[in-house]
Ligand binder design. Structure first.
Ligand SMILES: NC(=O)c1ccc[n+]([C@@H]2O[C@H](COP(=O)([O-])OP(=O)(O)OC[C@H]3O[C@@H](n4cnc5c(N)ncnc54)[C@H](OP(=O)(O)O)[C@@H]3O)[C@@H](O)[C@H]2O)c1
Length: 314
């Protein structure tokens, strides 16, 4: 299959491309800086989805595309940019007549009071779903992996503070997922035609509170810490405090910390009917992320998850 990966230079895109290549797909990528691209793609296109007319060529002769773009970190108007980017992409993809697109979105209940960040992800889902192509949406909570900003906030808090004062919603549930498993799902859905047009929750093997997530990360890092939830700490105050303790950029911290008020668990496990991959345990995923992705090559781990289900279903 010929596949376009947008967001090819990002946390997810860089890990996805070697697996697509190993599974014998032809891979084109889109980046705003082609000279800076040093990945394994067959063709590199330079373009900006916010600039209609600059990127459409990347969709030429493509069967399917991954939409892995977001503007979080680019300022307060990230939702407006993400809306415009998704509309431009949808129009170009319709014009190019592609068959399928896959979007990695965020978990969270629609009837909950979703944070601005999660609302924006849902809006992008709706915009892309209006395209003539069949859209597959995978919804994930925090993805455990080296270099992911949201996981970096968790690890830096866990490693740097012996004691934390946190908002009460630290007791809300989340269901983090290992980046290896996210990549296996992303590749799996593109290879399984039945998943076209559907939305799936993806999560790790268990859900637990953010508090438990911080404790587990601290334990794996060998820095156990005490957590004291207090009712008076607002999300604005905790944003300032996370800014003090971590070195994640401010524009990223704010939407992520505001999102902690939402429960993000994978309540629907229908993805497992199509892709019953062996999920990584949270502790092993955390350990690998802290070790800079682990000693065994990530590609080998992900490919063996996919090979195992191909073998067992044939
Ligand atoms: N990371 C997570 O925990 C998580 C969880 C759930 C869902 N997601 C979703 O997964 C997707 C990928 O996330 P990520 O963590 O890999 O993001 P990331 O590391 O921040 O990378 C973002 C990518 O978007 C591209 N991009 C941004 N603006 C663009 C534009 N105007 N035109 C073209 N490309 C643009 C960048 O490419 P260039 O700079 O090369 O142009 C970059 O490769 C996003 O849609 C995100 O919402 C992520």
């Amino acid at each position: 299959m010929r596949i376009l990966v947008t967001g090819a230079t990002g946390f997810i895109g860089t890990r996805l491309i070697p697996i697509l290549k190993a599974r014998n797909h032809d891979v084109a990528v889109l980046t705003r800086d082609a000279d800076g691209y040093d990945g394994a793609a067959d063709i590199v296109y330079e373009g900006d989805v916010l600039d209609a007319g600059s990127f459409e060529q990347a969709l030429t002769d493509v069967d399917a595309a991954y939409y892995l773009i977001h503007s979080m970190g680019s300022g307060d108007d990230f939702a407006e940019k993400d809306r415009r980017a998704a509309r431009n992409f949808r129009e170009a993809a319709d014009e190019a007549d592609i068959e399928r697109a896959v979007y990695l979105s965020g978990l969270g209940e629609d009837d909950d009071d979703l944070s601005k960040h999660l609302q924006s992800r849902r809006e992008v889902e709706r915009i892309l779903a209006d395209g003539e192509f069949a859209l597959t949406v995978l919804r994930a909570a925090i993805i455990i992996g080296d270099g992911n900003d949201s996981f970096q906030i968790v690890t830096q808090l866990a490693k740097r503070l012996p004691m934390m004062i946190t908002p009460r919603w630290i007791r809300n549930d989340c269901q983090p997922v290992a980046v290896d498993d996210v990549i296996a799902y992303l590749v799996g859905v593109i290879e399984i035609p039945k998943t076209a047009g559907s939305t799936y929750d993806i999560g790790g093997p268990e859900a637990f509170s953010y508090e438990e997530f911080l404790h587990r990360t601290a334990d794996v890092a060998g820095r156990p810490s005490a957590i004291i939830p207090v009712p008076v700490l607002t999300s604005r105050l905790s944003t300032y405090w996370v800014k003090l303790v971590t070195d994640v950029p401010n524009d990223i911290i704010q939407p992520l910390v505001h999102g902690l008020k939402n429960e993000v668990t994978a309540d629907d496990d229908s993805i497992r009917k199509h892709l019953p991959i062996t999920l990584s345990s949270h502790d092993s995923a955390i350990q690998r992320a802290l070790d800079g992705d682990g000693s065994e090559p990530a590609e080998k781990r992900v490919l063996s998850k996919l090979d195992a289900i191909t073998t067992s279903t044939h």
